[in-house]
Design a protein. Structure first.
Length: 135
């Protein structure tokens, strides 16, 4: 039986495989900057996709707020801001959530594209990067 950490790691691996099958290029996994973390960063159709992976048991829910609350969204947005600056990314970015449900009959996925949209200040900092301002 997998513990919670192992289940989370397995869910991230399965989500990455799922995304690759759909044509996403996985750029980074488990990227960290201090306490900030991004589960998966991928490129899809010239867009950076920041993906939060949630392992679940029970029913899948297609409401992103039920899977990733506002506080968690804020942490993901701050991590994405750091990632964008470090990687010098200048293209479009979106935030997805993938719920990975483990059940006795196997694994199910629910991919929620554009699960949340951060408020973005329309100016650029000294480095030329945009800054996200979580709601």
């Amino acid at each position: 039986m997998l513990n919670q950490w192992e289940k989370g790691q397995k869910a991230e691996q399965l989500a990455a495989d799922y995304l690759r099958e759909k044509g996403y290029g996985i750029w980074k996994s488990n990227w960290r900057s201090g306490k900030k973390e991004i589960d998966l960063a991928a490129i899809y159709k010239n867009e950076l996709v920041i993906i939060e992976v949630k392992s679940m048991t029970g029913n899948l829910v297609n409401l992103p707020g039920a899977v990733v609350d506002r506080k968690k969204q804020r942490h993901i947005i701050l991590a994405a801001d750091a990632f964008i600056r470090v990687q010098n990314w200048k293209g479009p970015t979106r935030f997805d959530v993938i719920a990975v449900r483990f059940s006795p009959r196997g694994v199910d996925f629910e991919h929620i594209e554009n699960a949340f949209i951060p408020a973005i200040e329309p100016h650029h900092g000294a480095s030329g990067n945009r800054f996200f301002h979580p709601l």
